[in-house]
Design a protein around this ligand. Structure first.
Ligand code: IPE
Ligand code: IPE
Ligand code: MG
Length: 260
């Protein structure tokens, strides 16, 4: 295997669909990778730092992971950045997370434009502070024509709230007479989720060792391959992501069937 260092020097635009210097099979990449970015607080605590320092370091990992996914040709990357339950954290931590998000949206705008990345948000974005929403919508508008990779940021996101929203929309369509109850299908429900017509995640990565889903993409992960790593999010690296992708490629996805 060639050294990963060599790959790092490659420009983002240098043929993202052929990861030539890894042993990852470009034909068998997960189309959609979802990540529960967990462990920022523990990373900081281990160093006797404020939790906010962990979030700051974690935002650097976000940059690395977005870049790597774009380089190797992942089509959809969904990052769980803030859950509906995270609103219950101390106000000071929420404020710091929102400030970091705003900073990220501004600082990464050029990179997204240069690398054909479309930014999308999933979740109750209306609950975000006005200034953050403004930057978010600005980036989404500026990148709306990009088709290299969709970067979904899950912000104020909750899987149950998303399903409730879908059911409410469908119930309204039934009540107004346009829809018959028998025409409710899994596909129809999927279309009413924030992820709409995007494919379901093929791979879900959770950092920091917690064996739980924490209300993330509940409907969409029915047949997603799961990888939980003990690494705390600020320590998560490009090398580990590549190892996880390699491991994904070695799995047999059965979808309930048997080999014939
Ligand atoms: C993930 O790290 C970031 C968010 C949930 C916003 P945590 O803040 O949950 O870190 P831990 O789990 O306390 O270590
Ligand atoms: C999940 O992490 C949410 C995000 C990564 C944004 P949490 O740290 O909030 O999850 P729990 O509380 O450990 O389940
Ligand atoms: Mg956590």
């Amino acid at each position: 295997m060639m050294s990963v260092k060599k790959k790092r020097k490659k420009s983002l635009n240098s043929n993202p669909s052929s990861p030539t210097d890894t042993n990852i099979d470009p034909q068998n990449l997960p189309v959609h990778v979802a990540v529960i970015m967990d462990g920022n607080g523990r990373w900081a605590k281990k160093r006797l730092l404020n939790r906010i320092k962990g979030h700051e370091k974690g935002s650097e990992t976000v940059r690395t992971v977005v870049r790597t996914c774009r380089e190797i040709g992942i089509r959809v990357l969904t990052l769980y950045a803030f859950s509906t339950e995270n609103w219950r954290r101390p106000q000071s931590e929420i404020a710091a997370l929102m400030a970091l998000l705003k900073k990220f949206l501004i600082s990464e705008r050029k990179e997204m434009l240069d690398n054909n990345i479309r930014l999308n948000a999933i979740g109750q974005v209306e609950r975000l502070p006005e200034d953050v929403r403004r930057e978010l919508h600005r980036s989404m508008k500026l990148t709306e024509k990009n088709d290299g990779m969709i970067l979904n940021l899950a912000l104020s996101y909750g899987g149950r709230a998303e399903i409730v929203k879908a059911i409410q929309e469908i119930a309204r369509d039934i009540k107004s007479g346009g829809l018959d109850a028998d025409s409710i299908t899994p596909d129809l429900i999927s279309k009413h989720l924030y992820t709409g017509t995007m494919p379901d995640p093929d791979l879900l990565i959770r950092t920091s060792g917690e064996m739980r889903i924490s209300n993330f993409l509940l409907w969409q992960i029915a047949y997603t391959e799961i990888c939980v790593t003990d690494t705390l999010w600020p320590d998560f690296s490009k090398e580990e992501l590549l190892r996880i992708l390699k491991n994904y490629q070695e799995r047999e996805r059965r979808f309930g069937k048997v080999d014939t």
